[in-house]
Design a protein around this ligand. Structure first.
Ligand code: NAP
Length: 320
């Protein structure tokens, strides 16, 4: 089968298609014939050697995908050959025609959800869910600012927060992005490229501030985020691409909190909880992953350039 292999850390062009053996499932493992593969910013950090520098080379990138179970190992209890699934993490990497994963890393893909959409679930919805509910403990009736709502994680955060009864204010950097954020269910949208856009939160929250900020670019926004929080408010840092200066005193009066977050820390129980929520949301129509671009697997390098540019307006997926 064909798979992308990385033999040295570096620029996107280090990713090459190679012929590799089809994996054989061991106990508790399944093989999935992938029809779509999700491309996430973290794939680029890993490929460049910044994120998991101890990772053994060569490796196949990719955490997300969707397809059909092609083989099951002994002791697999809940999956069968021919079943449509999405994959969230794996043992061999998803930038490939087939992927080996633990049974619990595969999840049923409900009817009506395409493979591309299935490949857009694992990291984006996982990060959004963990930020909103497992870190910020957001609850119905609270107001959330999704600061960067037009990308993969942001769209997921808008849909998940709306479905859970929070009041959602999202931001985007373009007119197309603003329309997209409203279409995903945000009650209000602001443009993070216009001057003074956060001032509007005063009116939108009747002077109270927002309870939760889900932050996609903390190095740019964290200092200002601290100024828009309500009493007891929480900022969850999902994304950051550099350093930032903040005034810690801004947390005093409201006893507000800055929370870090990585999906890699989610326990098996926390993962099971989020995927149960995704299964239900995908089935009842409240969760609708958005695919903005499809590329052949061989164009993984182009996908890595594109995912680091602004305004992806949904997920980029590779088609093996
Ligand atoms: P993406 O699809 O590329 O989306 C990026 C988002 O950031 C877009 O909505 C973009 O809006 C927005 N943005 C650009 N400039 C901004 C600004 N000045 N203020 C606020 N938002 C701004 O990326 P993604 O997959 O959603 O991931 C977002 C970030 O989270 C990435 O840095 C990623 O590495 C990180 N992440 C972290 C975890 C974790 O476990 N901690 C998991 C997943 C992702 P416009 O394009 O409309 O300007």
């Amino acid at each position: 089968m064909k798979a992308i292999r990385v033999r040295e850390f570096g620029l996107p062009e280090v990713m090459r298609v190679e012929e590799v053996p089809v994996p054989t499932p061991g106990p508790g493992e399944v093989v999935v014939r992938l029809h779509a593969v999700g491309v996430n910013p973290v794939d680029t950090y890993i490929r460049s050697g910044q994120y998991l520098p101890g990772l053994k080379l060569p490796y196949t990138p990719g955490l997300d995908g969707a397809g059909v179970i092609s083989a099951v190992g002994p002791e697999v209890r809940h999956r069968q050959v021919g079943e449509r699934v999405y994959v969230a993490r794996s043992l061999t990497g998803t930038y490939a025609e087939e992927v080996l994963c633990k049974e619990f890393q595969s999840h049923p893909l409900p009817e009506g959800i395409g493979y591309g959409q299935g490949a857009a679930i694992g990291v984006p919805y996982g990060a959004a869910f963990r930020a909103l509910f497992q870190r910020a403990h957001g609850v119905a009736g609270e107001t959330v600012l999704v600061h960067g709502a037009s990308g993969g994680v942001g769209i997921a955060a808008v849909q998940l927060a709306r479905a859970a009864g929070l009041r959602v204010i999202g931001t985007a950097g373009t007119e197309k992005g603003e329309a997209m954020v409203l279409a995903q269910g945000a009650h209000h949208v602001l443009n993070h490229r216009s001057d003074g856009y956060l001032d509007k939160l005063q009116d939108l929250t009747c002077g109270k501030g927002v309870d939760v900020v889900v932050e996609m670019l903390a190095n740019v926004n964290l200092d200002r985020d601290l100024g828009v929080l309500a009493k007891g408010g929480r900022v969850v840092i999902v994304g950051s691409r550099g350093r930032v200066e903040i005034d810690p005193r801004a947390t005093f009066m409201g006893e507000t909190a800055i929370l870090g977050m990585t999906l890699f820390n989610a326990t098996e129980r926390e993962l099971a909880s989020m995927h149960a929520a995704f299964g239900e949301g995908l089935s009842n129509g409240t969760l609708r992953p958005v695919v903005s671009r499809e590329l052949p697997l061989a164009e993984a390098a182009e996908a890595h350039h594109a995912v680091m540019e602004s305004s992806t307006l949904g997920k980029i997926v590779l088609l093996p």
